[in-house]
Design a protein around this ligand. Structure first.
Ligand code: COI
Length: 361
């Protein structure tokens, strides 16, 4: 498989320092984009080619382009952090690169070599380094690698041409309230993914499938929807765009990966970080009835959501048909806060990187 070298064609008109600083003062999530993007093409018989770093700009697609009709698309999310000495590092990019390959296999797309995925992210962050927010706060530079089928035609089949891109967006807290606990609506009828489906692939279709239940959650006054499994409608899977953890005193528990749950990088990292901090960490099935009963009897002490975008966000209120309860009195729990600080310190370079997870640029 060929690995393209990325040709640098930087913008002649990047945003001024003052304009960029104004954005970095309050970036929000996914609202602003840096000056550049990386593009790499794949063509059947030729493989990966024409890697380029170019000015950030709209892309033009024929209305009959395959992805617009049959959603052959995958994506990733990872972050670059500013360290105390001003340098920049990304967090576990090879995990994202490997998941991108698994998602590609599931959607019958070509696999981008891990080293090309990492090189594409590195080249963009190097070029747009000034967009990485200052050290010390919650902000980082969110990278969004993605791939779309670009063959023109309405036949339902794997495309013979693809476009891989990486864009970058300075990011503050995903939820408007920051670390304020979020409220969850448990959807007991709508499901996110089914056994044998593509719930463990990071593809736009899974997020499209989550929007109606998410809107129903919002109508119930909740921030996020929580999905149960598609067979028994009983086992907790994940939220619309992030994984879940339950805290039982000194032990953290996350639902076992069943094939319909996304294998989150933050989810995986927390199993290790928790053990480093002296907690027990376990993967097992948790039912919605157990969640409610153990919250009511006090053995389930905290619940939090986690993901690259969400970092670690406490869950404050849970609602399901006929019931409503609070987690840790509706406040961020002690274990949640400790894990959050440890993970962020590691990512921001103020906690020793004992697992070699940071990728300095
Ligand atoms: C991420 O956490 O990176 C995601 O892709 C989730 C999305 C809802 C922003």
């Amino acid at each position: 498989m060929t690995t393209p070298t990325i040709e640098l064609k930087p913008s002649a008109n990047p945003l001024s320092d003052a304009e960029r600083e104004a954005i970095l003062a309050s970036p929000g999530f996914g609202r602003h984009f840096t000056d550049h993007m990386v593009t790499i093409r794949w063509t059947e018989g030729r493989g990966w080619h024409d890697g380029q770093l170019v000015p950030y700009a709209p892309i033009s697609l024929d209305p009959a382009t395959n992805v617009l009709h049959y959603a052959q698309e995958i994506f990733e999310g990872l972050k670059a952090y500013r360290r105390p000495d001003g340098s920049v590092a990304t967090f576990r990019p090879e995990m994202n690169a490997q998941r991108f390959q698994r998602s590609a296999r599931r959607l019958a797309m070509p696999e981008l070599p891990v080293e090309t995925f990492i090189e594409a992210c590195d080249v963009l962050v190097q070029q747009d380094k000034a967009w990485v927010p200052a050290h010390g706060g919650e902000e980082s530079l969110y990278l969004r690698p993605f791939m779309i089928a670009t063959e023109v035609g309405l036949g339902v089949k794997p495309a013979n041409e693809y476009l891989f891109l990486v864009i970058a967006s300075p990011a503050g807290a995903y939820f408007a309230g920051g670390v304020k606990p979020v409220s969850i609506w448990v959807s007991e009828d709508r499901v996110r993914a089914v056994p044998g489906g593509m719930g463990d692939a990071k593809t736009g279709g899974n997020y499209a499938a989550s929007l109606l239940a998410q809107a129903e959650a919002a109508a119930k006054g909740c921030d996020q929807v929580c999905y149960l499994d598609a067979v028994d409608h009983k086992w907790v899977e994940e939220l619309g765009g992030m994984n879940l953890y339950f805290v039982y005193g000194n032990k953290i528990v996350t639902p076992t990966l069943t094939g319909s749950i996304l294998e989150g990088v933050t989810r995986d990292s927390l199993l290790t970080v928790a053990r480093d901090l002296g907690y027990e960490a376990e993967e097992r099935r948790v039912s919605i009835d157990e969640w409610q009963a153990d919250s009511e009897n006090g053995t389930l002490t905290e619940v939090f959501a986690c993901g690259t975008a969400a970092v670690i966000t406490p869950v404050g209120t849970v609602k399901r048909a006929g019931a409503e309860w609070k987690q840790s009195g509706g406040e961020p729990g002690e274990v949640t806060v400790k894990l959050r600080e440890a993970l962020l310190d590691l990512q921001r370079g103020t906690r020793e990187d004992t697992h070699g997870w940071m990728h300095p640029l």
